[in-house]
Write a protein that binds this ligand. Structure first.
Ligand code: ATP
Length: 946
């Protein structure tokens, strides 16, 4: 998956992605180099935004025939615009034709070129049969390789489309969140902090709006935006302060504007062609596989060289030696290894996406199995983020808060069911509810018939219906707003009614914060009284008692003045307690993870008491010293924190900046950390963590961009699924590695032994090439998609530097290849008699292939018996079934008999070969049984924990 910040707008750009350093800089740096190069700066300068930034909003509305309130209205007009401008996405270069790609594979592999050479030589020397056979075998080998590579490319392309870009769009007076590629010029768009700008937009409204344009202009300081028309017609991108550019990120505030350019017409689109040519680095595992492939090739070449030389000294035919050596090189070198790794990773990622975990960077799949600490947000990840106001309290209620019965909480706001609502409420409650309504940013969606926005705000506004009250915001005009942020932990709004010049301020937020800004409170009649220490105590007691029930507590306050920077001298209105139930599967997921050696830490902006209560409910360990608050955390340095952290399972009243400190402290201890986040300020911690996890539903684009993985359902349990898959993928890679290496070692040794003992070659060139197809082709690939064994979660996380080629893998490779070599040699020597016949090589060849099939069966798992696993890997069944049918064709169909130089075997021959070749599988089953009985693991990768 691309790390390109614009990737979501890009369709069809394949290629793998990054290693850690790349995550931090390289790709972005490459982009910046391109962006700041002279020609691209020129291209961006002349993009459409240079024209629109000099026009007034009225002129733009006229020119683009749109409306600042209702947006585009006419559906046929929208379709016309889309036909004219196309979809708002950037296509990478035209695909090369398939035929061309296929032909390329012939000359891109030197081994294939050599084989073609040998076919030509055979032809010239009059061995027409040989020449045809080798050509047919080459065609088969190249086709299988090509199909694999094509699949790998397609699955990587699919990864690029997993996180579609969304936009908040108003059309025909209704605001919806839609796919950004639907936008057309003239559309009315809204965005707020954390959003990515979906097209080039001329701003019509900008509230404290700052946008990070570093990925487009290279300027690291976010740029302040406004709606003023620019006078000069020759401006650089940085100077176009009334334009929000596609792909840039909103750092602060919110805004609205009209789309003036989409796709290729945007400033980013004008340099896209340059960027899409950047080759993306490979993952560490892919690199390791390339390296391993290289080492194995060198080794195989050396062995083949020696075999060839000995053969020539023995006086064998040059052409024979050459053909066998080259085919052996093709077979023994696992050139398919890197491709199978890529396909396995990519298919694994697509499988994870189906389980709602989108891995944005392939290397993260490798890291997932090593994670030993998960730091998770509470709200929305551990809990459902479906809040309902459960209790309210004002000072006049003393110890008797107003509690809502559970079933009354789910009344739809607009059901109009007011018969059961609470009547005769006192003035202080009215003021409290009014404050909650006015200091609120949720929006009602007519289409969806419900409120949308921040769940806390939604809960508050929905609670009005219980009192027969409605949203009154449209009767008021907002003059100032301090939006909620997790750092400030409160929100403030100044507004006045249309017909009244009197403007008041309404505030809500964490109790500590609100109470510290209050001087007085409302009594039952709505009169203002001075706050006394007793009243403050009583407020704090009520907040604590709400929190002990696991409720999220918000305090509300008011002032009859407009605030400038921060509201002060407020009048305390009361508190609301919201219920946010834990997610249904959370308890068992946490148990599974803890069982697998993963330490779970909750990091929340909520209070200690609420956090503690929720932790208890979801089965997190809550022993002494398990809570650390943001204040205490702030006083510690990283070393002190690293010391203290092993007992801590809850960080409460934190702000997002604390997350970075926590990740650093954990990493200092050598932990591999997964960290969740959703807000703009979470981005640095998400980048720093080994696996940054962003929330797909409630997360900002900034967080998604910084993250390695996105949870489309925001659910903590999905992390468990992802870790399971990650571990499973790693096991599968080891399985096919074992299979490929054992086939390779066996084929090489067989020919080497025959040469050493001066025997005729047991396998001819075409047979070796067929074996190569089995080894590098579908059967090997099918081992990469073996369903995840539930047992993986009983094993501790893999260590960061554990090798893929562990001693256990080598052990398995050697033990299976010894069986294959001895068994095949036995059949060969026994059959041979005085001279070698077609039947002898057919027997040997079929014996080797059957051995390989049984070997594939045992490679499916390093610990489990086939009887336990069943035959649920369908691809494996088809691949092995297909290979067996292929083998039968090779020995029974006359055409193939000519190619492979085989002859028909009798049924008893086949039975005899099956009996011999199944020994490799039976021996492996016996070993697994023995290990299980002794309760040891031979699982590759877990060696260090055995
Ligand atoms: P987490 O980090 O687990 O998501 P959280 O959602 O509880 O935790 P924040 O969103 O940072 O953390 O909220 C911290 C505190 O800020 C809450 O306990 C609440 O008192 C207050 N708060 C939350 N949402 C709002 C809001 N929309 N307006 C005003 N105050 C809020």
């Amino acid at each position: 998956m691309s790390d390109n910040p614009f990737s979501a707008f890009i369709s069809g750009s394949g290629g793998s992605s990054s290693i850690e350093e790349f995550k931090e800089k390289s790709f972005l740096d490459m982009e910046k180099d391109i962006i700041t190069s002279a020609s691209s700066t020129e291209r961006m300068k002349t993009s459409l935004s240079s024209k629109y930034c000099t026009m007034s909003t009225d002129d733009i509305v006229n020119e683009l025939d749109t409306n600042l309130k209702s947006g585009l209205v006419n559906p046929s007009d929208i379709i016309e615009r889309r036909n004219k401008h196309g979809l708002n996405e950037l296509d990478s270069d035209e695909e090369e034709s398939l035929l061309w790609k296929f032909l390329e594979t012939f000359y891109s592999d030197p081994m294939i070129m050599l084989l073609i050479g040998s076919a030509v030589v055979s032809f010239l020397m009059g061995n027409i049969d040989d020449a045809i056979s080798i050509t047919a075998a080459i065609l088969l080998v190249v086709t299988v390789g090509f199909v694999q590579e094509y699949r790998s490319e397609k699955s990587l392309e699919a990864l690029n489309k997993l996180v579609p870009e969304m936009a908040h769009l108003t059309r025909n007076n209704s605001t919806e969140t839609v796919l950004a590629n639907h936008l057309v010029p003239g559309d009315l768009i809204h965005f707020s902090v954390g959003d990515r700008i979906p097209a080039d937009i001329r701003l019509t409204e900008a509230v404290h709006l700052t946008i990070d344009e570093s990925n487009l202009t290279g300027e690291t300081k976010p740029s302040k935006k406004n709606t003023d028309t620019i006078m000069s017609s020759n401006t650089s991108l940085n100077e176009r302060s009334n334009i929000a550019f596609m792909g840039t990120l909103v750092r602060e505030g919110h805004g609205t504007g009209i789309v003036v350019a989409t796709a290729k017409d945007t400033a980013f689109g004008s340099v896209f062609d340059l960027m899409s040519n950047i080759e993306k680095p490979k993952t560490p595992l892919q690199n390791a596989m390339d390296k391993l492939g290289g080492q194995l090739s060198a080794f195989s070449f050396a062995v083949i060289g020696v075999i060839g030389l000995i053969g020539i000294f023995q006086g064998r035919s040059w052409l024979d030696v050459f053909q066998v050596s080259v085919s052996l090189a093709v077979a023994a070198i696992p050139e398919g290894l890197p491709i199978i790794v890529t396909v396995t990773l990519a298919l694994g990622v697509l499988r994870m996406a189906r389980k709602r975990a989108i891995v944005k960077r392939l290397p993260s799949v490798e890291t997932l199995g090593s994670v030993n600490v998960i730091c998770s947000d509470k709200t929305g990840t551990l809990t459902q983020n479906h809040m309902t106001v459960n209790k309210i309290w004002t000072v006049s209620m003393n110890n008797n808060p107003m509690i809502f019965p559970e079933d009354s909480l789910h009344d739809s706001y607009h059901t109009g069911n007011t018969t059961n609502h609470i009547k005769d409420i006192s003035n202080d409650v009215k003021i409290l509810l009014n404050t909650g309504c006015l200091c609120n940013n949720s929006k009602y969606s007519v289409e969806k018939e419900k409120f949308q926005g921040n769940p806390t705000d939604i809960a508050i506004i929905e609670s009005l219906s219980k009192f027969g009250l409605y949203d009154v915001r449209e009767n008021f005009v907002r003059v100032n707003e301090l939006p909620f942020s997790s750092s400030k932990k409160f929100m403030a709004v100044s507004c006045g009614s249309h017909n009244n010049t009197n403007v008041e301020t309404f505030v809500k937020g964490a109790n500590e914060k609100i109470l510290s800004l209050c001087k007085s409170y409302y009594d039952k009649n709505g009169k203002v009284n001075k706050l006394t220490p007793e009243i403050i105590q009583s407020i704090n007691n009520s907040v604590d008692s709400f929190a002990k029930d696991g409720l999220r507590v918000l305090s509300f306050a008011k002032s009859n003045k407009v605030f400038e920077d921060e509201p002060k001298d407020l009048i305390f209105c009361g508190i609301m307690g919201m219920n946010d139930p834990p997610r249904p599967q959370i308890r068992s997921s946490i148990q599974s993870l803890m069982h697998g050696g993963v330490h779970i830490i909750m990091i929340t902006g909520d209070s200690e008491i609420t956090a503690y209560n929720i932790a208890q409910q979801i089965g997190m360990p809550v022993g002494p010293n398990c809570i650390l608050t943001g204040d205490k955390l702030g006083e510690m340095n990283e070393i002190q924190l690293a010391d203290a952290i092993s007992n801590v399972s809850i960080f409460a009243r934190t702000n997002p900046e604390h997350k970075v400190k926590i990740v650093k402290a954990l990493q200092m201890r050598g932990d591999i950390v997964a960290m969740t986040g959703d807000g703009v300020n979470d981005a640095p911690a998400l980048k720093l963590a080994d696996i940054g996890i962003a929330m797909g539903m409630n997360g900002t684009d900034v967080a998604k961009e910084a993250a390695d993985m996105v949870l489309t359902d925001d659910d903590f349990s999905t992390i468990l699924q992802a870790i399971k898959e990650g571990k499973g993928i790693f096991n599968n890679i080891q399985s096919f590695l074992t299979f490929q290496l054992s086939t390779s070692v066996a084929a090489l040794s067989l020919v080497a032994l025959a040469t050493l003992f001066n025997l005729p070659n047991p396998l001819n060139a075409m047979q070796i090439l067929w074996i190569n197809i089995i080894m590098d082709g579908p059967p090997a690939q099918s081992l990469g998609v073996e369903p995840v064994d539930e047992e993986v979660m009983n094993k501790p996380p893999r260590k960061r530097n554990d090798k893929i080629l562990t001693m256990q893998v080598i052990h398995r490779v050697l033990s299976s290849s010894i069986f294959v070599i001895i068994g095949t040699m036995f059949v060969y020597v026994r059959e041979m008699g005085d001279s070698i016949t077609r039947r002898d090589t057919t027997m040997t060849f079929t014996c080797f292939v059957l051995f390989d099939m049984f070997n594939a069966l045992s490679c499916r798992s390093s610990t489990k018996s086939v009887f336990e696993m069943g035959m649920r890997n369908k691809m494996f069944n088809y691949a092995v079934g297909g290979s067996l049918i292929g083998q039968l064709c090779a020995i029974y169909v006359p055409f193939f008999q000519e190619i492979f130089q085989t002859e028909a075997l009798s049924f008893s021959d086949l039975l005899y070969l099956i009996t011999i070749s199944c020994t490799v599988w039976l021996a492996d089953e016996a070993k697994k049984y023995y290990v299980r009985r002794n309760n040891q693991y031979f699982a590759p990768g877990y060696s260090s924990y055995v």
